[in-house]
Design a protein around this ligand. Sequence first.
Ligand code: SAH
Ligand code: SF4
Ligand code: F3S
Length: 438
Amino acid sequence: MKTLKFYFETYGCQMNVNDSEIMKGILRQKGHEITELDDADVVLVNTCTVRQKSEDKAYAFIGRLNKMKKEEGRKIKVGVCGCAAEKEKKDFLRRQGVDFVFGTRSITKIEEHALKALNGERFMDFSDTLDEIDYHTPALRNSSHHAWVTISYGCNKFCSYCIVPYTRGRELSRSFDDIVAECQQLAKDGYKEITLLGQNVDSYGLDVDDEKVTFANLLRAVSQIEGMQRIWFLTSYPSDFSEKVIDVMAQADNFAQSIHLPVQSGSDKILKAMNRRYTRDEYIELINKIKKGLPGVSLTSDIIIGFPGETEEDFLDSVNLVKEVGYEKVNLAIYSPREGTVAAEKMPDDVPLEIKKKRLNYLLEVQKEMNRAFNESYQDKVVDVIGEAVLPRKPHLIYGRTSRNKIVIFEADSSQIGQWKKVKIHRVSAGPLYGEVV
Ligand code: SAH
Ligand code: SF4
Ligand code: F3S
């Protein structure tokens, strides 16, 4: 059979990154190649639709591909998958330049899809069942020292603003033993760190009829794997977060001391409208327990700005919460109505864009000041980092990450990627720390 050349363009979260890695792994095993765009026979666009802007990136790229087909006569087949594909389905197929569209739960059939498209067929394939996902073919990963490991699919939370439960379906946990086996193999293959992925990792196992299948137990099992040096996980959901997780993390020395616990808003009124199932006080109480059990832990969060009905007072509640918790980093996003969600259908998007932008900039400034002040404490200290990648356009510098999720930039060549390094910090900023290897 002919070897085909595939190019992947991946947008969105780590879930999509991991899905693309899985598809690449399947294609590699079938004898195909992963190449650059210029050489490709088949181009896969793995899309995101969490905000309108995320979706628009895919449209812009597809426009470019269409031009390559029409004006440059490139004979490529274009497949669209991922969350925007789930949302738009046949509307994607109507778009110029698109040959096939498939869903987040039929990625295992990637080769079959491509061959059909090369045969001249235009089609869609969406599946609700999960048995199609192939986790036994090794993924072709972007990194040789860090691996994404999906532990559950979908989400049952239905936050009123969020499209994910519609694009990724109901929550389903992967088999405990399969996950542990994959992590064991990764450690054997020389991977130093992994990130366990789920939209809500804390509810891992709730759909399985076995009380031992819990997130805390999974963390313990993974932490006991020989050679597993650093473990991260994403994303925690405040009211599902179990204190057992804190205990497990405190008892082993190979957990990154970092927890991503999105709050979304500091106002009880807005949290309720968002259908987040906790109050501000409950959230703070949990944060205090985490800080007590894991001293010095780094906390990160997501906050939505300008949710329907957000007054200046509600916004200031978010600002104060950011100050009170002292996050390492907060991802800020301007509210974007997503068709079909409760917020988009029932709540007018009534905060003017100008105000949303003003609030966003204000909170960015607050964060910057906090980070700069906090980072001062790193001056002249020595930290342990795993080198992650070369800095774009600065080949003599690489960046790495401490176990408290601090980005550190230092002079080294690419052979140091994936290695533990001791770095002495000689300069700090509101963002990364700068230092030299000691
Ligand atoms: N399951 C994770 C991630 C969900 S998507 C969680 O619960 O946190 C990642 C982030 O995108 C969310 O945390 C939220 O802050 C943001 N987001 C989701 N829908 C959005 C929308 N409609 N508008 C703006 N930001 C949104
Ligand atoms: Fe979306 Fe909420 Fe589920 Fe996160 S928990 S994926 S924000 S519905
Ligand atoms: Fe985007 Fe889907 Fe992830 S909407 S954020 S790619 S789950």
